[in-house]
Ligand binder design. Structure first.
Ligand SMILES: C[C@@](CO)(OP(=O)(O)O)[C@H](O)COP(=O)(O)OP(=O)(O)OC[C@H]1O[C@@H](n2ccc(N)nc2=O)[C@H](O)[C@@H]1O
Ligand SMILES: Nc1ncnc2c1ncn2[C@@H]1O[C@H](COP(=O)(O)OP(=O)(O)O)[C@@H](O)[C@H]1O
Length: 285
């Protein structure tokens, strides 16, 4: 039986603007994605009977709704492969926190099964499949920090300097779809460039909306602002601030109120998944 364990890293949105809306209601974004060296862990064991099972995963995510299972089914249908898989998901990334854990899990399953099932799809083909599962999946498939436009699928790779982040989860679940439909969400940001971002431009348009609706998130942002420039990632509820080293981040976390969860992570240009994929030996029939 072929078994493979791969990471599914978290992401941060270093800024997030909405510049307009598509005819189908989806929002047009500008954002900058960076990966973290903080990840879920996914173990895939090939089954010969074609079944797709998830013996281990997030308890509150039903098997049929799990993005890992949906990704496996999608790849099976798209390629006609007759093999199946047991999917073990070790969750570390807080769910519904704007860290993209579900999307990342899906991207890791697409890559892992593309390898184990020997489907031989390209990164672009896997990213196109991933987009059917969620707007954030393609960047995790491509695995390179990126400037993103469209709904997040038009990606331009960006090399970012290594940096450290304190990430706080205020233990609040913020539903993405609800925030995208908020009447007070700013949807007409003027387009900016990477150069203007590096010059200091760029906010997260969800931050004001989330702070108003979720006082606990506002409280956490205010707390982290005492140490670093605190910003929301994605549609929240996680927030982050950059720090100069892991040690500086750990010192800040010593004062973290007990009701919140926090961790320090390194921001990386090449995702931990890509780093692992390039070390895998070639499989022969
Ligand atoms: C906001 C972001 C920023 O990276 O991240 P998260 O906070 O989810 O991590 C993403 O755009 C989220 O992408 P993702 O989480 O994949 O969203 P999807 O499952 O595709 O969409 C969930 C719902 O959000 C709305 N939606 C999503 C993306 C988008 N560009 N416009 C939208 O209006 C739609 O109502 C959709 O039904
Ligand atoms: N494998 C998975 N891991 C996390 N969430 C999942 C998974 N599969 C489906 N979901 C659903 O996707 C939602 C969003 O999860 P997640 O990607 O972690 O957050 P966000 O989109 O805020 O970054 C969860 O609330 C959950 O209902």
């Amino acid at each position: 039986m072929q078994t493979l364990t791969l990471p599914a890293p978290a992401k941060l949105n270093l800024f997030l603007h909405i510049t307009g809306r598509r005819a189908d209601g989806y929002h047009l974004l500008q954002t900058l994605f960076v990966f973290l060296d903080f990840a879920d862990e996914i173990t895939l064991s090939v089954r010969s009977d074609g079944e797709i099972c998830r013996p281990q995963g997030a308890e509150d995510v039903p098997v049929d709704a799990d993005l890992t299972v949906r990704a496996a089914r999608l790849l099976q249908q798209a390629t006609g492969v007759r093999l199946g898989v047991d999917i073990h998901v070790l969750k570390r990334i807080p769910m519904g926190g704007g860290l993209g854990g579900g999307s990342s899990d899906a991207a890791t399953v697409l890559h892992g099964l593309n390898y184990l099932w020997q489907c031989d799809l390209s990164n672009d083909e896997l990213a196109a499949l991933g987009l059917c599962l969620g707007a954030d999946v393609p960047v995790f498939v491509q695995g390179h920090a990126a400037w993103a436009e469209g709904v997040g699928e038009q990606l331009t790779p960006v090399d970012l300097p290594e940096s450290w982040y304190v990430v706080i989860h205020p233990q609040v679940h913020v539903p993405t779809a609800e925030l995208f439909s908020a009447s007070d969400l700013t949807r007409n940001c003027p387009a900016i460039t990477l150069a203007t971002f590096h010059g200091g431009a760029g906010i997260n348009v969800f931050q004001a909306v989330v702070e108003k609706r979720y006082p606990e998130v506002a409280k956490a942002i205010s707390w982290l602002s005492g140490y670093s420039h605190a910003r929301l990632t994605g549609s929240g509820s996680c927030l982050f601030g950059s720090v100069s080293s892991r040690q500086e981040g750990e010192i800040i976390l010593q004062n973290l109120p007990v009701e919140w969860f926090g961790f320090v992570a390194k921001g990386v240009t090449i995702s931990p998944l890509q780093q692992k994929l390039v070390t895998l030996p070639t499989l022969y029939n």
